[in-house]
Design a protein around this ligand. Structure first.
Ligand SMILES: Nc1ncnc2c1ncn2[C@@H]1O[C@H](COP(=O)(O)OP(=O)(O)OP(=O)(O)O)[C@@H](O)[C@H]1O
Ligand SMILES: [Mg+2]
Length: 476
């Protein structure tokens, strides 16, 4: 029986990668710019970023990564905070000092690691105003633009993935940065889902504005061709697939690599993979991405499925202690570990130095959307309590997350607690000039909605060509 190997071999995408590599060349001659990769979920945007990052890293570029998350209540500017984190942790202190000049206190507002490395940094002014936000943006841009000035670097490649989930303030900062690249050895590459955008998404505004001013190189990622699909299946299974099988999969998946991978794993798990003669009979292949994920989940032990539901509410990534606490003491530890390992083996979760992540955002989304409302509320309450217990004494950075969990716990949450966190989260956002986020926290916690300025509904409206239709979404 063929086994799914870890990462699939990279297939196709020569045009797309070629265009990005040309942007990199341009940036090397100090003609930096913004490139934007767009496509439907699972089509291969992140993979394209990863391949670009590997090539740039090998050629001596500094590569920074940040991303948006399919979770509310994360700190504003998180994509930039993440992108700066690795650099700030690793850069020699002299470099940091010389790059920062007076900008340090401001940059440290969105990159708290800076203060850890340079404890004598002055405190940034507290009063909050549009001018100060402008100053913050300028300082962050100056800092980024200073990175490639160090010797032995070719330039700076800054990757910002999943921008459809980025907070409004991050996108304003990106907009600011995009205008400062033209004479710098800095390439910024963003990626976003075309189908997660609705008219109120902050990204829609940014894209419209960039398009009007003709800023940015667009790279649209489309379906894999049938021969590429065949190569991908062969890479995943180690066997050359029959052409009838390839054709059936191509019809079914519209050449979406995530969907193809999930179907192959599903068929392998069912022991149906796939003697040549059987190949034509792929009639009971799942119809859509959601369905194939649901079927793969159904093969797992009930305890594993339950663990994944809890995890889906915790977020895209979580630590073991947080999971342990959220699952509750009624589940013995060995049972939890077995379930965790089964989820890892099935590729539903991945383990990294920071803890655990979902194998793909679409897996988490399927679990989350498939839950009943009451279960979701209970799990949000548990998630909030788990954070309070495991992070006791250092709740500050988590108040926004807590505010969201308590809000989504609905009637199960103590209203005073929910409002308290919402106010603290709003104040914390305001303190770093993330006014849009501050408003969302404060209005989101109210049982009515006076100004109807809610967070844009995420994920409720995609029409994913391969059947990603959340018909049962009870989020609304
Ligand atoms: N060109 C490719 N060759 C081989 N595998 C690929 C290719 N493109 C994508 N994949 C695989 O398909 C899966 C989905 O790709 P990826 O995560 O990059 O999609 P995405 O467009 O970023 O989706 P999302 O919008 O959900 O973030 C991954 O496992 C990835 O490794
Ligand atoms: Mg992605």
């Amino acid at each position: 029986v063929p086994r799914p190997t870890g990462a699939s071999p990279f297939v196709g995408r020569q045009d797309e990668l070629g265009r990005l590599l040309r942007c990199l060349d341009e940036a090397r001659s100090s003609r930096g710019q913004l490139a934007l990769i767009a496509g439907e979920p699972g089509i291969g945007k992140t993979r394209l970023l990863t391949e670009l990052a590997e090539r740039a890293g090998a050629a001596g570029w500094v590569v920074l990564h940040g991303r948006g998350y399919d979770v509310e209540g994360l700190p504003p500017y998180l994509p930039f905070t993440e992108a700066l984190r690795d650099y700030i942790r690793a850069a020699p202190l002299e470099d940091l000092r010389s790059q920062l000049d007076e900008a340090g206190p401001e940059v440290s507002l969105i990159a708290p690691d800076l203060r850890r490395r340079l404890p004598d940094l002055a405190i940034a002014p507290v009063a909050s105003s549009a001018e100060q936000r402008y100053q913050l943006f300028e300082s962050v841009c100056d800092f980024l633009l200073g990175i490639p000035g160090r010797q032995e670097t070719r330039g700076l490649l800054c990757l910002l993935d999943d921008l459809h989930w980025a907070d409004g303030p991050s996108l304003l900062l990106l907009n600011h940065l995009a205008r400062r690249l033209s004479d710098a050895p800095l390439l910024v590459v963003g990626a976003y889902r075309t189908v997660d955008l609705n008219r109120v998404s902050p990204l829609t505004n940014l894209l419209g504005e960039l398009r009007r001013e003709n800023i940015g190189e667009r790279v649209l990622v489309g379906p894999l061709s049938t021969p590429e699909l065949s190569t991908l299946v062969e890479g995943l299974t180690g066997h050359r697939p029959a052409s009838t099988f390839v054709d059936a999969i191509a019809r079914q998946t519209d050449g979406n690599p995530f969907f193809i991978g999930e179907i192959v794993r599903h068929l392998i798990a069912e022991g149906r993979f796939l003697a040549e003669e059987e190949a034509a009979s792929v009639s009971s292949v799942p119809e859509g991405v959601r369905e194939v994920i649901t079927r793969r989940l159904a093969r797992l032990a009930p305890a594993t499925h339950e663990l994944l539901l809890t995890a889906a509410v915790l977020g895209e990534g979580f630590g073991f202690e947080q999971l342990r606490t959220a699952v509750g003491v009624e589940v013995p530890e060995w049972e939890l570990l077995n379930a965790l390992e089964e989820a890892l083996d099935a590729g539903m979760l991945r383990e990294s130095a920071d803890g655990f992540q979902f194998g793909h955002a679409l897996i988490r989304r399927t679990l989350y959307d498939g839950m009943s409302g009451p279960r979701r509320q209970r799990l949000h309450l548990r998630a909030a309590e788990a954070i309070e217990r495991t992070e006791r004494g250092n709740l500050g950075p988590r108040v926004a997350e807590l505010s969201v969990h308590y809000r989504l716990a609905g009637p199960l949450a103590n209203p005073a607690t929910a409002i308290d966190y919402a106010v603290r989260a709003g104040e914390a956002a305001e303190a770093i000039f993330a006014f849009e986020e501050a408003v969302l926290h404060c209005t989101g916690s109210l049982p009515w909605n006076p100004w109807s300025v809610r967070a844009p509904r995420r994920n409720s409206e995609h029409v994913f060509s391969s059947g990603w239709l959340p018909r049962n979404s009870s989020e609304r």
